[in-house]
Design a protein. Structure first.
Length: 361
């Protein structure tokens, strides 16, 4: 067994025997996300390096402690990318943290999320067993797809040790268009455009301005620009804008973080994309064709959750506020039972990240 993995196995065995909780930690860039971290740190950054990369097969296998920036640089050298644009909330982010958090950037609505690109995984469960699931091709699963289950699990099932990911060629052409319109009109236009054969790749509305990114074949992008109109944004400025939005370093998030420091809370709302603007006080940024909305507000948490639920969605406490009651919307009883049973199957002694996903897990 690899020495770094062997050390992790020993730590898990000792924690299980001593009934000690472990906080799985990579770069620590998402410690704010979910419930408050609990337990002794279990650093996985020794599990580093790209195990296998076949550009012609569009598959990369990488160890969980590998810096995300390092992986993306290797892919970019081959003209390839992680199309779901994982946020680099800090330069220290790792591949394991990317999968465990399950977060995606501006292109999520067009290309899918992290889970859609996970082909296989090796994990260390709460019994100190090293398990492998899936493989290196899309059609490799018979039965329960555990590898993709790990995406967004926030480490409550075990330590992600290695993952195989599908990658894609970077788009040949990109263009960003800017329009002036209110939020309601932006949501209507985005959903109308979404029903047409347009190479829509990302969208963002804030304070009366809608930005739309087109990506794909050059002829398709040029034709879409001519059809949609709007103001063409300089490519360098557009790239900086989308990177800033992906990494939450743009103007909206800078202002939101300042308000959070002053006592407000930043919420992430997942809604049906056609949902009209919600009657909630605060500043709103709309992404993913209307399906993801960021809200920085002083409104009562239950009012925000109720408004999202009434629209057919849910609200997640992203930053600020009181996380002791849980950052995520409560699950229906049937789903909560499935979560508990999965936790028991993989981590019966509740060693890993207790309370990080839900208070009782």
């Amino acid at each position: 067994m690899d020495p770094a993995l062997a050390r992790l196995v020993e730590r898990v065995q000792a924690a299980r025997a001593g009934r000690t909780a472990l906080e799985i930690r990579g770069g620590g860039t998402k410690a704010f996300y979910g419930g408050e971290p609990v337990g002794e740190p279990l650093d996985v950054r020794e599990l580093t390096g790209i195990s296998r990369y076949e550009p012609s097969e569009l598959v990369v296998t990488v160890r969980a402690g590998t810096p995300l920036a390092e992986l993306e640089a290797v892919l970019a050298a081959q003209g390839q990318c992680l199309p779901f644009e994982p946020p680099r909330l800090d330069d220290a982010g790792t591949v394991g943290g990317m999968v465990a958090a399950g977060l995606a950037g501006p292109a999520r609505a067009a290309v899918g999320g992290v889970r859609d690109y996970v082909l296989g995984a090796t994990m260390l469960n709460g019994k100190a067993e090293v398990l492998s699931f899936g493989g290196q091709v899309m059609k490799n699963v018979a039965g329960y797809d555990v590898a993709r289950l790990l995406a967004g699990s926030l480490g409550i099932l075990g330590v992600i040790c290695e993952v195989s990911l599908k990658v894609l060629p970077a788009p040949v052409a990109r263009a960003t268009l800017r329009f002036e319109m209110d939020q309601a009109q932006a949501i209507r236009e985005l959903n109308a455009w979404g029903g047409q054969p347009l190479p829509l790749n990302a969208s963002a509305w804030w304070q009366g301005t809608l930005a739309v990114r087109l990506a794909g074949a050059r002829a398709a992008v040029d034709a879409a620009c001519a059809q949609l109109g709007g103001e063409r944004v300089d490519d360098a400025l557009a790239a900086a804008f989308w990177d800033g939005l992906r990494d939450q370093r743009d103007e909206f998030f800078t202002a939101a973080h300042a308000r959070v420091a002053a006592g407000a809370a930043l919420w992430r709302l997942s809604l049906p994309p056609t949902t009209p603007p919600l009657a909630l006080a605060g500043d709103v940024l709309v992404e993913w064709g209307g399906a993801q909305r960021w809200l920085v507000s002083d409104e009562a948490p239950q009012r925000i959750r109720d408004a999202a639920a009434a629209a057919g969605g849910h609200a997640t406490l992203w930053r600020g506020g009181d996380r002791r009651a849980g950052a995520f919307a409560p699950l229906p009883p049937a789903l909560a039972r499935i979560h508990r049973e999965l936790k028991t199957a993989f981590d019966p002694d509740r060693v890993f990240n207790p309370g990080r996903l839900y208070p009782d897990l």
